[in-house]
Every structure is written in structure tokens, then in C-alpha cells.
Design a protein around this ligand. Structure first.
Ligand code: ATP
Length: 343
């Protein structure tokens, strides 16, 4: 099988191209510190984060900052491996070892030899595969299916998942010994709504990229559109933000980009029902938003209402019941630009 995005595998035998990590000096600052600490070591890393939050981007950053950077970076989506082929996919097989094994095949561990193997969605691996994976991680030796010949592999494993692995361990769905082996150095990637400062630079990046692909001038991000983006909870995280903006740029060709129009009535309803505004009735399941998120959004609402003015009788400071210097301090702290709210 050739490595493709759809089958969940990507084999980067070429030196990796550094991808720009938006938010590296803002909402992802603490994550990047962890990346820089762990990259030069050989330690296994476990990246925990919601779907689309950038786990692969972070895994690549670790690879690119490691001594293995000139060797392969291979991503395997464990959730996409058919259960009867997991061993063959990971460790390879000999010709004739099972029906369909028409030729010898090297598995993903062998292909990543000397480099880094990202085991994405590791929480989806069935128990039997977890046992075999643990053995390989401990011994650094694999056997292809249908062979008793040991092959030594030198692979750094980075595992990633959106699942609550500690809870899975408690429930007996994930092996505790494998958890300890993988979680030598855990990195928790915050969801996009927990790092609101990254939304604007990410939005500008995606708008610019989409316009470049279409050969169009980069459209402006209107203050009202930024406010809409800031108020949504982004369950699909950075990936969802990218696709919403790409669609907006495509639909807004040759006109001013308008998020409300490009989302349509249905999209707007979805946005409205998933905003981070406080709900009337609290429930155990409702996430508690970090205070910084609520403060950022509240200041942005006031600035939008005040047309970007901070002081004066109709300025945001009066609306918020703050004196101007206090509000200016908060604008600096939360990285909010009043000019973004001038329409
Ligand atoms: N900080 C970032 N800067 C620039 N692009 C980003 C950033 N984070 C994520 N992306 C982009 O968002 C998309 C999703 O990121 P990625 O595939 O790394 O997420 P993931 O958490 O691994 O997703 P999944 O849970 O589906 O495996 C990709 O196109 C990626 O390039």
C-alpha cells in the first residue's frame, strides 16, 4: 500500500519542510517551550488535544528540531487501520504469510527507521495490538508477520490522541504499562477556543493562503467577522477555522469577504448554537471556559460596540465601567488591538 493521506499514512522520506506554527509566541508559547525541551532528547512524547487542534503540526515540530530531522517522519492513523491488518501495517509481512500477502512488505516501523513515527489516534488501537506495540517500544525489535527473524529498528515514537487516555486506563480500555511507556513526556495542546489570541493570526494566515491559491488579492478581515470568529467554540479547532475561511474566500471572490453571507443561514445557526456565551442553565457537561477567554470576548464586544474607541463618553472603557488606563493594560495583556474593531 502506498502512503496516502486517505489511508492515514504519510511517509516523509525527504527532509521535512518547516511548517509555520501560528501562535508559537502567543497561545502556543507554553507548548513550544515543551517542544523545545523534549525535541533534542530521544524521549517518547504523548500529545493530547482535541481533533484538529494541531497535534500533527506539533509532532512535526519535535521531529524538525531533533537530531532525526533529516530522516523520515511517518504518520500512521491507528484509527484507520483495519483490525486484521494492524500487525502487517505496523511491522510488515512476508510474501504468502496470509491470503492477500502477494509480496513482501515493510511496515511503518521499518519505514520510519532512523526517524520519527507518529502514532496518531493511539487510543483506537485494540488491546492485542497495544501488547505488541509495548514489546516493540521496550525492545526496539520487530518481526514481520510470517517471519521469526528479528529486525532491530531505531524509531522515536510520538503518540497522539484526542481521547481521555488516563480515563481509558482507569476503565481498562488502554493498557497502563503502555500508557507509562508512551507518556514519558506528555504535551497538552489547548483547544483553539482556549487560546483566543491565536484566532486572528490564524484567520489572517488562512485567508492569505486561500487567496494565494486562487490567485486573488488577500481580502480584509472585517471587525464584525473577527468578532464572529472569536465567539465560536470551534469544536473542529484549527482545521475547522481553516475550512470556514477558505470557503469564505472562495465565495467572496472579487467582492469583499463576508463571513455571514458565506456561512449562510444554516452555518450561522450552527455558529450561534456553539458560541462560548454563558448558558442560562449550567449542566455538568458544559465546559467551564477559562476566565481569560471570557474577559477577552467581553472586551472585544465592548470595543465592537464602541467602534474601536477606547476612551471618551462612547468608548469601551465607559461601557465596561473601567478607567482608560486599566482597560489599556488589559488590551496589552490579552493582545487585543482596538483598531481591529473600527469598521
Ligand atoms: N498552530 C498552527 N499554525 C498553522 N496551522 C495549523 C496550526 N495548528 C493546526 N494547523 C493546521 O490545521 C490543520 C489541522 O492540524 P493537525 O492535522 O495537526 O491537527 P490534529 O490535532 O493532528 O488533527 P487530528 O485530531 O484530526 O489528527 C492542518 O491543516 C494544520 O496545518
Amino acid at each position: 500500500m502506498q502512503p496516502t493521506r486517505d489511508s492515514g499514512h504519510r511517509d516523509t522520506s525527504q527532509p521535512a519542510v518547516a511548517e509555520c506554527i501560528i501562535g508559537a509566541d502567543q497561545g502556543l508559547q507554553a507548548v513550544m517551550q515543551r517542544v523545545n525541551q523534549v525535541a533534542p532528547s530521544e524521549a517518547s512524547v504523548l500529545i493530547l488535544g482535541e481533533t484538529g487542534s494541531g497535534k500533527e503540526v506539533i509532532a512535526r515540530a519535535i521531529h524538525e528540531r531533533s537530531r532525526r530531522r533529516n530522516n523520515a517522519f511517518v504518520r500512521v492513523n491507528c484509527g484507520a487501520l483495519p483490525s486484521d491488518l494492524i500487525d502487517s501495517e505496523l511491522f510488515g509481512h512476508e510474501k504468502g504469510s496470509f491470503t492477500g500477502a502477494v509480496s513482501q512488505r515493510r511496515g511503518w516501523f521499518e519505514r520510519a527507521d532512523g526517524g520519527t513515527l507518529l502514532l496518531d489516534e493511539v487510543g483506537e488501537l485494540p488491546m492485542a495490538a497495544q501488547i505488541r506495540l509495548l514489546r516493540v517500544l521496550q525492545d526496539g525489535i520487530i518481526q514481520r508477520v510470517g517471519s521469526e527473524h528479528d529486525i532491530a529498528v531505531n524509531v522515536r515514537v510520538i503518540a497522539a490522541t484526542h481521547r481521555d487516555l488516563p480515563h481509558m486506563v482507569q476503565e481498562g480500555q488502554f493498557r497502563e504499562d503502555l500508557w507509562y511507556r508512551l507518556a514519558v513526556f506528555p504535551i497538552i495542546l489547548p483547544a483553539l477556543h482556549e487560546r483566543p489570541r491565536d484566532i486572528k493570526p490564524l484567520a489572517l494566515h488562512f485567508i492569505h493562503r486561500a487567496a494565494q491559491r486562487l490567485g486573488l488579492p488577500t481580502p480584509r478581515l472585517k471587525a464584525t467577522d473577527l468578532q464572529l470568529l472569536m465567539s465560536y467554540r470551534w469544536p473542529g479547532n484549527v482545521r475547522e477555522l481553516g475550512s470556514v475561511l477558505e470557503r469564505a474566500v472562495i465565495l467572496g471572490q472579487n467582492r469583499e469577504m463576508d463571513l455571514k453571507t458565506s456561512l449562510g443561514a444554516e452555518g450561522l445557526r450552527k455558529f450561534a448554537s456553539a458560541t462560548t456565551k454563558p448558558r442560562a442553565k449550567d449542566s455538568e457537561k458544559d465546559p467551564i471556559e477559562p476566565l481569560d477567554v471570557i474577559i477577552t470576548q467581553h472586551i472585544q464586544r465592548a470595543l465592537a460596540r464602541a467602534g474601536g474607541r477606547v476612551d471618551g463618553p462612547a468608548g469601551a472603557a465607559v461601557l465596561l465601567g473601567l478607567n482608560t488606563s486599566t482597560l489599556r493594560g488589559k488590551l496589552r495583556k490579552y493582545g487585543i488591538e482596538p483598531a481591529d474593531f473600527k469598521d
